[in-house]
Design a protein around this ligand. Structure first.
Ligand code: CAA
Length: 331
């Protein structure tokens, strides 16, 4: 697809549309043990599916998250899948027919799910992924195309998407396929990006008569350097997974069928540590984007000192000294 028109984004379909869609529906059901928290939609569904949700509701490890989702919000999830596994909250963007284009509803659902995982004490880390073909092909162009300046100025645009960076727990993005425009920006708002070999990162907004609007012009240069970022933003040309790794945009490249598994391994490891200490470490690394080196070092030093006020610092160091295994209290 990308290759078929040189470095331009090409919309030529190498695979018939019906095959793509069928492929997606397989993904949604077989990729992992995912479930949809979707009580409203569920009422309209056949009995068999209703049974499957009630079965899932009885699984103890998922209970607090689901209860929160079904009681706090009347709105059901239709465009994402959520799962909790081994202290990891997994959010899968699931709008396959539009290549996970970030429409308002998907953004709101993502926001709700991330907030719920962030406040769930049984979750230590979050994995955010899409489908094998697309992490997300950008903001929803069809939804945006007719908006006026006054619409977006008065009401804002992508408001809830900006909440991704407020999530205290680390988010690991598992990216396969297209991560374009808002999709690339969403991946960059995560803390670690693990890319499948098929991943394509790009900011093609220039070809739409606009510019990146969810941080692309700011985060991309910090990740890949000015020259490469400029080329990507000014030409719209994407980079492949290997280039993204060489440039520092992603932490590593793995085979496509291992991308979620690899992200889960990283997330499980992170979840095995003290949650407040993990959050302090994330906050410190992020501070590097907000301050001078001197200010950042001061910030780090203060947070480092504050770990000595936690039980988990005592626990971790005592366990080392006594050759034991720490049992984190998360305080
Ligand atoms: N918004 C809305 N719909 C989208 C979309 C998007 N960003 N990307 C893909 N789709 C839809 C297509 O319209 C198509 O829908 P229909 O079947 O109803 O026609 C469906 O998803 C499948 O897409 P294609 O048929 O185009 O699939 P393809 O394999 O031929 O091409 C692609 C894939 C190269 C990613 C191509 O879809 C594409 O170029 N998409 C747009 C990418 C883009 O420009 N993203 C930036 C958006 S603007 C933005 O994000 C601004 C910002 O910074 C916030």
């Amino acid at each position: 697809m990308f290759a078929s028109k040189g470095t331009q984004l090409s919309r030529t379909r190498a695979v018939p549309r019906f095959a793509q869609i069928r492929n997606y529906s397989n993904v949604a059901t077989t990729r992992s043990n995912l479930f949809q928290v979707n009580p409203m939609k569920f009422n309209a569904r056949p009995q068999q599916q209703m049974t499957s949700l009630s079965t899932i509701n009885r699984v103890p490890t998922q209970h607090s998250f689901e209860r929160k989702m079904s009681t706090q919000t009347e709105k059901a999830f239709e465009m994402i899948l959520v799962e909790k596994k081994d202290k990891v909250g997994v959010v899968t963007l699931n709008r396959p027919k539009a290549l996970n284009a970030l429409c308002t509803q998907l953004i709101q659902e993502l926001d709700q799910a991330l907030k719920a995982f962030d406040s769930d004490p049984s979750v230590g880390c979050i994995v955010l992924t899409g489908s094998p073909k697309a992490f997300a092909a950008g903001a929803d162009i069809k939804e945006m195309s007719s908006k006026t300046y006054m619409d977006v100025y008065k009401n804002g645009i992508f408001n809830e998407l900006e909440n991704v960076i407020k999530v205290k727990k680390p988010i690991v993005a598992a990216v396969s396929g297209y991560a374009l425009g808002g999709g690339c920006e969403l991946a960059m708002m995560c803390d670690i990006i693990i890319a499948g070999e098929s991943a394509k990162f790009g900011q093609p907004e220039i070809a739409l008569g606009t510019i990146p609007g969810i941080g692309g012009t700011q985060r991309l240069p910090r990740a890949v350097g000015k020259s490469k970022a400029m080329e990507m933003v000014l030409t719209g040309n994407p980079i492949d997974a290997q280039t993204a790794e060489r440039s520092g945009l992603v932490s590593r490249v793995v085979p496509d069928d291992k991308v979620v598994e690899s992200a889960m391994e990283v997330a499980k490891k992170i979840s095995s540590f003290s949650q407040p200490i993990v959050q302090m470490a994330k906050e410190c690394v992020n501070q590097t984007y907000e301050s001078s080196l001197k200010e950042g070092l001061h910030f780090e030093s203060r947070l480092f000192m504050s770990t000595f006020a936690t039980n988990d610092q005592k626990e971790g160091m005592n366990a080392f000294v006594n050759k034991g295994k720490p049992s984190w209290k998360n305080n």
